[in-house]
Write a protein that binds this ligand. Structure first.
Ligand code: ADP
Ligand code: 5GP
Length: 186
């Protein structure tokens, strides 16, 4: 039997660059899988997130919680997000490395659930000013949502020491190389 895979949990305050890092990572590591979460959030206007989620309504999300379909789920800025449980064990047995983009509560829960099968990485913005700039530069959220995400981001930062590793997303290539080293040494 080959080696087991790993769940690579990437958490960061909204706007830090998780999706960008994961997209870049998938380009350079096509053998890895990006776990597609379910969410009740609406698709962003530019549909840049079209492949990142399965978009479902609140009733469906609740029924899937009741049926135990999520390995973890959380509410974030008024919407629900959850990781489908079923494929995770199969991927681990097959030796696949799986990237998961999760907020702080779900990220720490999944690490507690999968323990040594998971590596948790907290991505940090270089500073608060740059985080504000990135949140608004994305241009996909209203001013009100950006403010709420920024407030949430400051609370999320307090979780950073619960993670196995912390990486600053200053320069994208540098941050991806650091994450790669963590995964390979993992
Ligand atoms: P998240 O998924 O964490 O909410 P995104 O990946 O959508 O964040 O990135 C938010 C914004 O920051 C985007 O406009 C993205 O292009 C930009 N960004 C991401 N990483 C970097 C980086 N290392 N340097 C500069 N801008 C970045
Ligand atoms: P966004 O709306 O910006 O795509 O995502 C909002 C937040 O939800 C981000 O912090 C993202 O990491 C998180 N998220 C995305 N999918 C999941 C999931 O399946 N579970 C949890 N707990 N958080 C998720």
């Amino acid at each position: 039997m080959g080696e087991r895979g790993r769940l690579i949990i990437i958490t960061a305050p909204s706007g830090t660059g998780k999706s960008t890092v994961i997209r870049r990572f998938m380009e350079t590591h096509p053998d890895m899988i990006h776990s597609i979460s379910c969410t009740t959030r609406k698709t962003r206007p530019d549909k840049r997130d079209a492949g990142d989620y399965t978009f479902i309504d609140k009733e469906t999300f609740q029924s899937w919680i009741d049926q135990g379909k999520f390995a973890e789920w959380a509410e974030y800025v008024g919407n629900f997000y959850g990781t489908p449980r079923e494929p995770l064990d199969k991927w681990l047995e097959e030796g696949t490395f799986v990237l998961l983009d999760l907020e702080v509560v779900g990220g720490t829960e999944l690490k507690d659930l999968y323990k040594e099968d998971a590596i948790s990485i907290f991505l940090l913005p270089p500073n608060e000013e740059e985080l504000k700039r990135r949140l608004s530069s994305r241009g996909t959220d209203s001013e009100e949502v950006q403010q709420e995400r920024l407030r949430t981001a400051l609370v999320e930062m307090t979780y950073k020491d619960k993670y196995d590793h912390r990486v600053v997303n200053d320069d994208l290539d540098r941050a991806c190389k650091e994450i790669e080293k963590i995964i390979m040494e993992g």
